[in-house]
Structures are given as structure tokens and as C-alpha cells.
Design a protein around this ligand. Structure first.
Ligand code: ZN
Ligand code: ZN
Length: 136
């Protein structure tokens, strides 16, 4: 099949962009893939991302105040989101794996999770402390 190798290459490019970018939106993935493969269409990238999410290869995140983001890290974890710059970091809690395995909360069967901590990333926090210091 003539189309298969190209298709596989695009899928690989999308997955690599996801890993490189951390928690990108679909648009950010598209822009990153396009920089390397100028011929790729937005529709293709969005379709590939949707396929990854549907097959469980990546997680689709619904964070507050943000378009859907995608995460290639499948190990159970929560997220911290900076309320100023929107940066997203991974937070691994000791009980998370136990919760996901149904070992907590009377055998509650977990099908998905979206735990979000909001606050300030290191840069924005330092910026704010500088700003506060100047005001005094
Ligand atoms: Zn920030
Ligand atoms: Zn994550």
C-alpha cells in the first residue's frame, strides 16, 4: 500500500512532538509537526491525536481554562497548572497507583481521572515575589 509508510511517519512525528512538548494542545502539536513535515495538514494531526486518545496511547486532558491537552505519560499522575503562564507539570502522588488499581475507597473502580492543582510555576512565583518586593 503506497499510503501506509507516509501515514506511519506522520503518526510517529505526532507522537514525538507530544513527548517533546509535554502537555501540548492539538494546535501546538500541529505547529511542531509542521516545522519538520511542512506538508502535513491540521486535519491529519488532529485525526492522529484523536486516534491515539481513543486507543489509550495518550491521555486527553481537560484542564480548566485550557483547550484539550495531550499527555504521552500514561503512568497515573495529577497535574499542576500555572495560573499565569499556563505551564503544566506532572505531579506523582504516592497513593495514585493504589487508587488507580482500585485498592482504595472500598475497591472503587477507576476509569479515568483529571486531578489538577493550580498555582504558580517557579518562574511566575519568583516574578511575583519580585513584584511584591518592589511595591513595599
Ligand atoms: Zn508560570
Ligand atoms: Zn502529565
Amino acid at each position: 500500500m503506497a499510503g501506509a509508510p507516509r501515514n506511519t511517519k506522520q503518526k510517529q512525528a505526532v507522537y514525538e512532538a507530544l513527548q517533546r512538548l509535554g502537555h501540548p494542545t492539538a494546535t501546538e502539536v500541529y505547529e511542531s509537526v509542521r516545522a519538520v513535515h511542512p506538508g502535513v495538514s491540521r486535519g491529519t494531526v488532529f485525526r492522529v491525536l484523536g486516534g491515539f486518545a481513543a486507543s489509550g496511547q495518550v491521555r486527553r486532558l481537560t484542564l480548566a481554562d485550557s483547550d484539550a491537552r495531550f499527555d504521552a505519560t500514561l503512568a497515573p499522575h495529577a497535574h499542576g497548572r500555572c495560573r499565569i503562564c499556563g505551564r503544566v507539570c506532572d505531579i506523582f502522588l504516592p497513593d495514585y497507583a493504589a487508587v488507580a488499581a482500585g485498592a482504595i475507597c472500598g475497591g472503587f473502580h477507576v476509569e479515568g481521572w483529571d486531578v489538577e492543582f493550580t498555582g504558580l510555576c517557579k518562574d511566575c512565583n519568583e516574578e511575583q515575589m519580585r513584584a511584591n518586593a518592589n511595591e513595599e
